[in-house]
Design a protein around this ligand. Structure first.
Ligand code: BES
Ligand code: MN
Ligand code: ZN
Length: 496
């Protein structure tokens, strides 16, 4: 879909989108269109229970007196409550309503809204961003898609008084949209296409944005003593890979970088502790944490963020087989701590352990944030409404909470403490990889990760198992969760 900005004129073809605020108050252009079509919009509002609330819309087909195929009136809610997020939702709704409608060309009129904290050009940019995000599709494996099943909408023009600032505002949002879509692509890819070395190939392609890309193969990981990540990958014929993406957007900064670490299990069969068959296909998305870090790094580079950030992707495949690790195996992590692997399906924490040790020892980061589809238990606790947040640092939690609310990727902080930590004591090693009694599975997983945080480094763990993909697959199965919250966290707290 081509997106452009222009000044406001009533279009002579395609469809027209106008706005109304709560109480059914029509925008200036909506009033003008209403006059042209003899008051049809006002009459439709009365007939249709439309109140201008956000998430409401009203569609008039082939209105007379005006040369457009349809008029869509979009509710913007209360002017004082408009923000980036609900404006993007309105933009998404425009694509939802018109994207597959048969219409090729849509013009959206964004007039100045009285008492609205956003300028019209910002509203215009966020409308465009919301529509663009909603237009994402993953059709690369469909060979029989009929034209009538493909989006018809190919040209979206957002009209407002000041087109240059609208264009500039949209341009600053675009790298983040691209990052989200990159993450969605990675999560949507099946595991026969996206395995660790293919992940590396895609990471290397980010070099063109100005990111530095380094990769450790299994031999290099073995030299560093990364026994935990290697143990998870040893049952697979696919070589494990540790990818380091560096964005040094603040070269003069004296502050240490922020580290982001992503779980990149390209497929999680469970290993010898094999998962049941039903729904196992979802485990192609078990690299959602790595996808989020990948997308965030792409966004930071794309918008030339003035921050120094290290992204680490721990990419493995968890398979059963003659060389796979066995329940009861004791492995030695890079940190030197030994781990009794009582369940090979609790593999995410093993790979994150070594990735976190590596990034802390090499880069001495100011904070470490890991993202992982770590536990089924977090979906029981929080569903798909929030990611689980676990942390040793209240201020970092506050920043993540605020960033998440601003972009609609919300987090909910979960408790931690020694009562939970004691559940991963092992009979034979420094710790075991599952709790020795049922309950609180997401928390005991987080306690395991905390054991790999050194010198009290501020750390946050986002368990994104409930939010990395969705049941309804609209617009995409892979959500790209994580890119927007991390990008916002960095924009608000880590840029110079
Ligand atoms: N990747 C899974 C967690 C998961 C489950 C993500 C469902 C998304 C949806 C993880 O590796 C796993 O298998 N965790 C186990 C841990 C258990 C063995 C302690 C789980 O949650 O059952
Ligand atoms: Mn698992
Ligand atoms: Zn997993």
């Amino acid at each position: 879909m081509n997106i452009s900005f222009s000044s406001i004129v009533l279009p002579r073809s395609g469809s027209l989108v106008v706005t109304a605020t709560q109480g059914g108050v029509l925008s200036k252009t909506a009033q003008e269109a209403d006059r042209k079509c003899g008051g049809a919009i006002s009459r439709a509002i009365k007939a249709g229970r439309f109140e201008g609330k956000s998430e409401q819309a009203l569609e008039l087909l082939s209105p007379s007196g005006i040369a457009v195929a349809r008029i869509l009136v979009v509710g913007m809610g209360k002017p004082g409550e408009l923000n980036a997020l609900n404006t993007e939702k309105a933009g998404a709704m425009i694509f939802d309503r018109l994207g597959m409608s048969g219409e090729k060309q849509v013009s959206v009129a964004i007039d100045e809204i009285a008492k609205c904290p956003l300028k019209a050009e910002q509203v215009a940019a966020h409308i465009a961003a919301g529509a663009r995000s909603r237009s994402y599709r993953f059709d690369k494996y469909r060979t029989k898609l009929k034209d009538s099943d493909k989006p018809s909408l190919s040209k979206l023009t957002v009209m407002c008084a000041k087109t240059a600032p609208a264009r500039a505002a949209y341009a600053s949002l675009e790298p983040v949209l691209n990052g989200v879509n990159a993450a969605r692509d990675l999560v949507n890819e099946p595991a026969n296409a996206l395995f660790p070395t293919e992940f590396v190939k895609r990471a290397r392609a980010l070099g063109k944005l100005g990111l530095k890309v380094e990769v450790l193969n299994e031999a290099q990981m073995a030299k560093l003593g990364m026994g935990a990540i290697l143990a998870v990958g040893q049952g697979s014929s696919k070589e494990s890979q540790l990818v380091v993406l560096k964005w040094m957007g603040a070269p003069k900064s004296k502050k240490p970088p922020l580290a982001l670490v992503g779980k990149g299990v390209c497929f999680d069969t469970g290993g010898i502790s094999l998962k049941p068959g039903a729904g196992m296909g979802d485990m192609k998305g078990d690299m959602g944490g790595a996808a989020a870090v990948f997308g965030t790094m792409a966004a930071l580079a794309g918008r030339r963020a003035r921050a120094n950030v290290i992204g680490v992707l721990a990419c493995v495949e968890n398979m059963p087989g003659p060389d796979a690790q066995r329940p009861g195996d004791i492995i030695t992590s890079m940190s030197g701590q030994t781990i009794e692997v009582l369940n090979t399906d609790a593999e995410g924490r093993l790979i994150l352990a070594d990735a976190m040790t590596y990034v802390q020892r090499k880069y001495k980061p100011s904070a470490v944030i890991d993202l992982a589809t770590l536990t089924g238990a977090i979906t029981i606790a929080l569903g798909d409404a929030h990611a689980g947040l676990f942390s040793n640092h209240d201020a970092l939690c506050g920043q993540l909470d605020a960033a998440g609310k601003a972009v609609g990727e919300t987090v909910w902080r979960m408790p931690m403490g020694s009562q939970y930590d004691s559940k991963i004591k092992s009979k034979f090693a420094d710790m075991q990889n599952i709790a020795n009694s049922p309950g609180a599975g997401s928390i005991t997983a987080a306690q395991f990760l905390l054991r790999f945080i050194e010198n009290n480094t501020p750390w946050a763990h986002l368990d994104i198992a409930g939010v990395a993909w969705t049941g309804d697959a609209k617009p995409s199965w892979g959500t790209g969760f994580g890119v927007r919250i991390l990008n916002r966290l960095i924009a608000d707290n880590y840029e110079e």
